[in-house]
Design a protein around this ligand. Structure first.
Ligand code: MG
Length: 298
């Protein structure tokens, strides 16, 4: 508890532990023939400020903590999958409906939904808090190999319902294919991704999972893979945590088939408005405050 102390007619409110320093300071001032009370108080304040600096602790990354611990994170995720569940029968029945704005004449095609994987179908806060920066895809691949994957809340129930309703389920991730030296496997990461999805209770196969670079023109821009699926299916829903899971050409460094013109904060906002009717009605966004293309536009 702080208490008032009178020093040379000057009343000051000082923390108790500062009082302990006063005799030492006074001795010093006598020795140095410094008798100015104001200067004494000043010196005390300086020492106090120095001695009471808290130790610098590692600040937790609150974005990771939120995804890892918050009931609100789980509620928002369930909310997205609940909205999709409620809309599913109508979007199956309405054969004029597609969640791809430029898909036309798909009335006779069977319905399908497309999921991104990380922070859409699988959630990885424990990887995010454990890896030593900088992030590399290899670190995520190694971690995924060694740990069981966790589904985003709500996804398994929704995928089960969609599958039972005759809807094909696709997973498109930008985890990349990187050949291992000494083997002829051009994409050893695909087995890890499939295993991750299966661990989380999701129906992953060689044919419904695609990675970046798995085929020659399958780059980071997912529109190419969405269009590939749309050749055989009426795509009725998209699920993702990143604007690029829904809309092409939204990155700071755009890649084919986009022009090299970089997206901007303004262009991304304009696209958000342009496709306003899709949010929560065919396009379902899962929360990811930890990483994403948005971080290039802070
Ligand atoms: Mg993702």
């Amino acid at each position: 508890m702080d208490a008032p102390y009178e020093i040379g007619g000057l009343v000051a409110t000082l923390p108790d532990h500062v009082i302990i320093c006063l005799p030492i300071l006074y001795f010093c001032s006598e020795t140095m023939r410094i008798r100015n009370t104001a200067l004494l108080v000043f010196l005390t304040s300086v020492i106090t400020a120095c001695s009471t600096q808290p130790e610098v602790a590692d600040e937790p990354d609150m974005a990771i903590v939120w995804v890892r611990d918050a009931a609100e994170y789980r509620a928002v995720s369930r909310q997205a999958y609940r909205a999709a569940t409620l809309a599913l029968p109508g979007m199956i029945a309405d054969t004029s409906w597609s969640a791809l704005p430029d898909q036309k004449g798909a009335h006779d095609l069977p319905p399908a939904v497309i999921f991104d994987i990380d922070e859409t179908a699988l959630t990885n806060p424990y990887f995010q808090q454990s890896f030593e920066p900088p992030f590399t895809d290899k670190k995520l691949n190694d971690w995924s190999t060694q740990h069981d994957a966790t589904p985003v809340p709500g996804v398994t129930d929704f995928v089960t319902l969609a599958s039972q309703s005759g809807v094909e389920v696709f997973f498109a991730t930008n985890r990349p294919c990187v050949a291992n030296d000494g083997t002829d496997n051009a994409c050893p990461q695909k087995a890890v991704v499939i295993q991750d999805l299966i661990e989380a209770g999701l129906p992953a196969t060689q044919s419904n999972v695609s990675l970046s670079g798995e085929r020659e023109n399958w780059g980071k821009e997912k529109k190419i893979r969405r269009d590939w699926i749309a050749e055989k299916y009426r795509v009725i829903m998209l699920f993702g945590d990143d604007l690029s899971d829904f809309i092409p050409c939204v990155r700071r460094r755009n890649v084919a088939p986009c022009s090299e013109e970089p997206a901007t904060k303004t262009s991304r906002e304009a696209l958000l408005e342009q496709y306003d009717a899709y949010w929560g009605a065919g396009w379902y966004v899962l929360p990811n405050p930890m990483h994403g293309s948005w971080t290039s536009f802070k």
